[in-house]
Design a protein around this ligand. Structure first.
Ligand SMILES: [Zn+2]
Length: 294
């Protein structure tokens, strides 16, 4: 039996002249009881029931983005590597979509959490993307290689994954490619039609990437909002945000921006794959309008 790629492995679409592919790295199951520390278990269960979601786990897709602009072959983030039992499929799925890892010339690193950079190196510790240069926010790099990082990560994230894992992945995966990383300090059009946007809070140097061609626009919003229901409940803060107030402010400005511009959004952790849709502004918060793919 020949193996057809599954519908959830990759999905092609266009933004003007740019050929885009949403590519799955897999998914990860989170225990919802660990995600919202300001709420009691009863409140978390009620919240999930309100949105018809299972209360025992939240399945988070790990979706990444490849864009061929004609001039550049670009990847946004590199997947989780072997973080979970169902992650690390990005290179395989890129290949199934006809993209070889060595073809990619530019990689944007939105932030250095394990699900975004765990797939930087292969099992032998060599870069998976041999011909790529990387862009990353300067504050992000400096945070993960600073002494304060371990303390901050222990305080905020150790309920999800041990702090050592966060530190080991960030330093272990990015350290060896240091010479190829260009550190960004201001919002700019980094390559023709590709802009970076500073959206700190989830991590100190969390950034987004947008693509525009012929009047069409796509925002890869990374971890600005990690679950769709959090758009409607701006009062709820997920545990992942290291700097909660700043994350909430970034969420407001980014959601307002993409809603106003009516831009297409690839919301990386929104089910179902490929996480494409629009964000609509409401009196309180926003609403996710997914584009459903048959
Ligand atoms: Zn993430």
């Amino acid at each position: 039996m020949s193996k057809q790629p599954l519908a959830e492995d990759f999905y092609r679409f266009k933004i003007g002249q740019f050929n885009c592919i949403a590519v799955s790295d897999g998914s990860y199951d989170y225990d919802p009881m660990h995600l919202f520390t300001s709420m009691t278990q009863v409140q978390v269960k009620e919240l999930l029931r309100d949105y018809n979601l299972p209360t025992d786990r939240i399945v988070s897709p790990y979706t990444f983005l490849f864009v061929n602009t004609g001039e550049h072959k670009v990847l946004v983030d590199m997947g989780a590597g072997n973080l979970g039992p169902n992650t690390g499929k990005l290179v395989k799925n890129l290949k199934a979509a006809g993209v070889q890892s060595e073809d990619i010339d530019t990689i944007f690193i939105t932030h250095a959490h394990p699900d975004h950079i765990g797939g930087t190196l292969d099992e032998d510790g060599k870069p998976k993307y041999l011909n790529a240069r990387y862009f990353m926010w300067k504050d992000e790099w400096e945070f993960w290689f600073s002494d304060e990082a371990f303390r901050e990560v222990t305080e905020h994230l150790s309920q999800i994954v041990p702090a050592e894992v966060f530190m080991k992945v960030a330093r272990g995966q990015l350290g060896p490619v240091k010479d190829r990383i260009e550190l960004i300090t201001e919002e700019a059009e980094v390559l023709p039609g590709i802009r970076v946007h500073f959206a700190p809070g989830h991590t100190p140097g969390h950034m987004l990437v947008s693509f525009s061609s012929e009047g069409e626009e796509l925002f890869f919003t990374s971890d600005t909002v990690v679950f769709p229901f959090l758009l409607e409940r701006p009062d709820i803060q997920p545990i992942f945000d290291i700097m909660p107030d700043m994350a909430a402010a970034s969420k407001r400005s980014i959601c307002d921006l993409v809603a106003e511009r009516k831009a297409l959004v690839l919301a990386q952790h929104f089910p179902p794959f490929p996480g494409l849709g629009h964000i609509e502004k409401k009196e309180i918060g926003w609403k996710w309008q997914p584009i459903l793919i048959s």
